[in-house]
Design a protein around this ligand. Structure first.
Ligand code: ATP
Ligand code: MG
Length: 149
């Protein structure tokens, strides 16, 4: 586990850009943390690292946003899920989540702890905690603790 302290949204995005710079195709990043911890801010930095510079907002009402980035010059889909408002896994099943979770894009999931049983074994985990008004503690795990049940 690696731990970092961020003192601003900019710094959180910068940590995310560093983390995102080495992600291969097919990566899955489970993001956890309370409301306002900075999950979406972190996703913004990941998207910048993957060469998507458009607007990134939590897909709260649509479950999934797909952004078109690139990796080593080739097009890359960035699949951004937010599971906060999902009540049952069947909503994920109905959109065919496996195509994204096990596809060749990069998949990023906010509120991943809601359905730990659906997370792929190759999920990495980023956990954010509020440590002060502008301070955030960010934990990076190569393998998701959510899977160690
Ligand atoms: N160090 C920091 N890192 C990230 N965000 C910060 C930091 N300091 C303050 N903030 C503020 O905290 C908020 C984080 O919002 P963000 O939408 O990223 O959180 P979230 O975890 O995605 O919340 P939600 O659960 O609602 O999706 C923003 O308003 C941001 O400006
Ligand atoms: Mg969010």
């Amino acid at each position: 586990m690696t731990e970092k302290f961020s003192r601003s949204s900019d710094e959180t995005r910068e940590f995310a850009r560093q983390f995102g710079a080495s992600l291969p195709r097919g990566s899955f990043i489970a993001i956890t943390g309370t409301l306002g911890a900075g999950k979406t801010e972190f996703v913004r930095g990941l998207c910048e690292a993957l060469n998507f510079t458009g607007t990134v907002t939590s897909p709260t009402f649509s479950i999934l946003n797909i952004y078109h980035g690139s990796l080593h010059g080739a097009p890359l889909d960035i699949n951004h899920f937010d599971l906060y408002r999902l009540n049952t896994a069947s909503d994920l099943q109905s959109i065919g989540y496996e195509d994204y979770f096990y596809g060749d894009g990069v998949t990023i999931v906010e509120w991943a702890e809601k359905f730990p049983e659906l997370l792929p074994q190759h999920a990495m985990h980023v956990h954010l905690e509020i440590a002060g008004e502008h301070e955030r503690r960010i934990e990076f795990e190569r393998y998701s603790m959510l899977l160690r049940r």
